[in-house]
Design a binder for this molecule. Structure first.
Ligand code: UD1
Length: 342
């Protein structure tokens, strides 16, 4: 059985869909719905005709986490469950250190006790900060984290690396996501931001649908081709599939090192204004936006060299920027239709 922590979350749920379509192994999610909804499992079932079970516990509770391993024969873990809002983490650092680190430590403790040797970890391109050389590959230096959230990803990788040293049979892969966006191509599952989204694409679609009055482009005076920041947007289903491939790699002992890291990005840098144009093109909606001041803490540009994931995992991205935007828009329309039904 494969344990997916945070299975109701944005990337977790898309990974469950990807896995459910490919693997015959049993899947179990652990999610306490702190930042997600149980209804996501109905969405997953509607898409892949498979019901995924969820155990609702807090992974910082070692006793309850241990019980999950006692009750189920878990052979591999994909660990998504974490707090992920950068701004929130600056305001409440202890919440982030407690949740993100304690849950990881508890899971690894269970790996040791129950001899689970396959582990996939959600990491982030935030570990690179503003790289000196672009595109950024896995050999780029890790810079001091700019937020407690980012630090939990760096520390998380270090903890796993140390755990590997102490446990020679343990295999782990950390996947460093660039900017995951979009929704399942059916439009039936996507991101469920709570409150005002801080990420660009949900803010774009919510503005397009009228939930937000106007989008502010955070700075158009950067040293980029149109002055707005450059990021590497990557479709969430492409990100999801990389987890399936990474899982196969450790399960088949194809990994070259006990602890491996892979960048997951499209390799294309897209500016904020280009993202807006792509949205307008696929949705037919003229977006109400203005150019505003820079957002504190933003880096100018980052995009990935994902050659390693292509060569080693056999990972190919399927979706381009237009498809990222059209699926995100389809999902926003789906949410609107659901609101109107109630
Ligand atoms: C943020 C996080 C990163 C996390 C990623 C994905 C920071 C510093 N980093 O990255 O750790 O992994 O989200 O969840 O927060 N933008 C606007 N207007 C908006 C919103 C965003 O112009 O209303 C711009 C931003 O300035 C940025 C780009 O859009 O240039 C993307 O922003 P966002 O989606 O927040 O992602 P990141 O900042 O790249």
């Amino acid at each position: 059985m494969i344990l997916i922590t945070g299975g109701a979350g944005y990337i977790g749920s898309h990974t469950l869909i990807d896995l459910a379509e490919i693997t015959t192994e049993e899947l179990l999610s652990v999610d306490n719905f702190e930042n997600s909804s149980a209804a996501t499992f109905d969405r997953i079932a509607a898409i892949c005709k498979k019901k995924v079970d969820n155990t609702e516990i807090d992974l910082t509770d070692l006793q309850k986490t241990t019980e999950v391993f006692q009750k189920n024969k878990i052979t591999a873990i994909i660990h998504f469950a974490a707090h992920k809002a950068v701004g929130d983490s600056v305001e409440q650092p202890l919440k982030y250190y407690h949740n993100n680190i304690q849950s990881l430590v508890n899971l690894l403790q269970c790996c040791e006790e129950f001899k689970v040797n396959n582990f996939i970890f959600s990491s982030s391109c935030t570990v690179y900060g503003q790289p000196e050389v672009l595109p950024v590959d896995e050999s780029s230096p890790i810079l001091p984290a700019e937020s407690p959230y980012g630090n939990t990803k760096q520390i998380g990788e270090e903890i796993i690396k140390d755990f590997c040293t102490a446990n020679p049979s343990f295999n782990a892969i950390a996947l460093r996501y660039f900017n995951p966006v979009g929704a399942h191509i059916s439009g039936l599952n996507g991101e469920l931001p709570t409150g005002v989204p801080s990420n660009l694409v949900p803010f774009i679609t919510q503005t397009g649908i009228g939930i937000r009055a106007q989008l502010t482009v955070f700075g158009a005076d950067y040293n980029t081709r149109d002055g707005s920041c450059v990021r590497d947007y990557i479709h969430v289903s492409d990100i999801a599939h990389a987890h399936t491939l990474a899982l196969n790699r450790v399960q088949n002992n194809d990994n070259k090192e006990q602890f491996e890291v892979f960048n997951l990005g499209s390799g294309n840098g897209t500016t904020v204004l280009e993202a807006i144009k792509a949205f307008e093109k696929v949705s037919g909606v003229a977006l109400n936006y203005k150019i505003g001041p820079r957002r504190g803490g933003d880096i100018e540009q980052v995009y990935s060299d994902s050659t390693k994931a292509k060569d080693e995992l056999g990972w190919e991205t399927k979706f381009n920027l237009d498809e990222m935007m059209s699926s995100a828009w389809k999902w926003e329309l789906q949410l609107k239709a659901e609101r109107e039904k109630i």
